[in-house]
Design a protein around this ligand. Structure first.
Ligand SMILES: [Zn+2]
Length: 75
């Protein structure tokens, strides 16, 4: 019975508690909340057509659930 190793969120840099929802994305761990924010940010940037963060240029595919969860951002 070894305890799980600590997991850190790649977005907010806080530890993700075992009871928190954990999302793994491109080899990084995120709180589900942080991941949804990340997805929304990226979608926002794409909408504006700005290559704001070069490292996000790789093809990113989101599942349908994620798409549905990314609430529309008011303009
Ligand atoms: Zn986080």
């Amino acid at each position: 019975m070894s305890p799980k190793p600590p997991v850190w969120c790649a977005k907010c840099n806080l530890r993700i508690a075992p009871c928190d929802l954990l999302t793994v994305y491109q080899g990084a761990n995120y709180h589900q909340d942080c991941f949804l924010r990340l997805v929304r940010d990226e979608a926002d940037e794409k909408k504006r057509g700005q290559a704001f963060r070069p490292q996000t240029s790789s093809s990113v595919e989101f599942g349908e659930r994620t798409k549905a969860s990314a609430a529309p951002v008011p303009k």
